[in-house]
Design a binder for this molecule. Structure first.
Ligand code: PHE
Length: 446
């Protein structure tokens, strides 16, 4: 009955897939924006601290549980914790469902933008164009197409689909991004852009909301709290060095986020558009930036097409990991065949995303609920699980990482620091969460 579990063909393949999961819309869509709005370099430092003390311990926890159990989230938590912990696994799967539903809608926009850049440039009114692309039948269509591509890859399996695609696409993304950053450095506004992006303003982070935002961004960006890393780790061989893998993935994720900012701000400043960044992340990415590309003439078309192509790549590899969490749960839990599971779940998620493609308020409510709240809640659950419930997590990690010394620190971070901090963040989210839930329940589709 049970087939042998699939495995990555190489360590590099796993790293590319995991980095592919982490690097996505979150990096290019939110990180630079949050940084510029909240204290520049001070926010970067805060974000790094958050990654080190909250993100990394949870990442290692996910990898440990996944590789140790060699099962997808629900089964893995049951394996180490018993029946009741399946509930946490179910929360992960629900998060994967909901996040992919709206994530794919935004990804559909990025495909449109990449094509527009390529075919006829970003001329015309940027605000009007965004309004036309973001909602309505066209948005639904591109969301469905993007979901189709995601399903196609996941159908191919771990090696033949996910790993193969990541091995090609991730290096492509790095090359594009570095190329764009080098080009951006030559623009007349580069120095001013860097200054705006990275000026150290302690006052900017002196705020509870900023702290919570930084934590939320770290979780979302590292794909934590919903079992994506756990699932990918379940295809790892026993001898892999999990602490190193965590560091590489988190480092690459931060690197991409940081370099994206080095592209975005020089471009905006070269064209004097910095005042128009506005107060929405989506606006910055899909309205102001294309305006800048349009004003740069022919070069802007090329740069814009490359920039949005990088976004499409990041979005696709992230979407794959979201879908894989749900698919692998059905394969492991119910013995489904991969093709059927991927197809059926893909269709369900595609349908679930349609309301988000018709109304951006629904989309952002889903983001608050699943992309923020569920991830934090899931991270809290996982930290408590590995911190208190699992019998010997240190022993699990030590397979493949014998020499590592700081385990006691890891366990205590999971026991006290991470839960304490996440509770605080969850608490501080209560109002925006309540608004999102009422919005969704009240049929945000009026
Ligand atoms: N990390 C992805 C991004 O930054 C989003 C994501 C979240 C992917 C959770 C998988 C799981 O865009």
């Amino acid at each position: 009955m049970a087939q042998p579990r699939e495995q990555w063909a190489s360590r590099f393949g796993f790293i590319m897939a995991a980095v592919g999961s982490a690097v996505g819309l979150g990096n290019m869509w939110r990180f630079s924006y949050l940084t510029a709005e909240n204290g520049g370099a001070a926010f970067v430092v805060l974000y790094l601290l958050m990654t080190a003390f909250i993100g990394l311990p949870v990442m290692l926890a996910e990898l440990t549980v996944g590789r140790g159990a060699r099962r997808s989230p629900i089964g893995a938590l049951q394996h180490f914790g018993g029946e009741r912990w399946r509930l946490l696994g179910a929360l992960f799967v629900a998060a994967g469902f909901l996040i992919l539903a709206y994530y794919s809608v935004i990804a559909g926009w990025t495909v449109r933008y990449a094509l527009i850049g390529l075919i006829d440039g970003f001329g015309g009114d940027a605000g009007e164009r965004f309004a036309a692309i973001a909602t309505g039948p066209r948005a639904v269509l591109w969301h469905l197409l993007f979901m189709g591509a995601t399903v196609g890859v996941v159908m191919g399996g771990v090696r033949g689909g996910i790993e193969r695609v990541a091995l090609v696409l991730m290096p492509l993304l790095f090359v594009i991004l570095v190329g764009l950053a080098v080009y951006a450095a030559t623009l007349p506004g580069a120095a001013a852009g860097y200054r705006y992006y990275l000026e150290f303003e302690l006052a900017g982070i002196w705020d509870m909301d900023v702290l919570a935002e930084a934590a939320g961004q770290a979780f979302f960006s590292l794909s934590l709290g919903m079992g994506a890393m756990l699932t990918f780790a379940s295809y790892l061989p026993r001898e892999s060095h999990l602490p190193n893998e965590s560091l590489v993935v988190a480092g690459a994720d931060f690197g991409v986020a940081f370099v994206s900012g080095l592209v975005v701000f020089p471009v905006l400043f070269a064209l004097g558009l910095q005042e128009q960044v506005g107060d929405s992340t989506v606006g910055a990415l899909f309205i102001t930036l294309p305006t800048a590309f349009a004003e740069m003439g022919a070069a802007g078309r090329v740069v814009g097409a490359f920039f949005f192509t990088a976004l499409v790549v990041g979005a696709l590899t992230s979407a794959i990991s979201l879908l894989e969490v749900v698919v692998s749960s059905l394969i492991d839990g119910l013995g489904w065949e991969r093709h059927h599971a991927a197809f059926l779940i893909g269709v369900t998620i595609a349908l679930l995303g349609i309301p988000a493609a018709l109304d951006t308020d629904v989309l952002s409510a889903m983001d608050t609920l699943a992309g923020q709240f569920f991830l934090m809640l899931g991270g809290l659950g996982l930290a408590l699980f590995v911190g208190w419930r699992m019998a010997d997590p240190e022993g699990e990690v030590r397979a493949g990482a014998e020499g590592v010394r700081w385990f006691f620190l890891w366990r205590w971070l999971l026991r006290l620091v991470v839960p304490g901090f996440l509770l605080f963040v969850l608490w501080s989210m209560r109002e925006s969460l309540a608004a999102a839930v009422t919005g969704l329940a009240g049929g945000g589709l009026e």
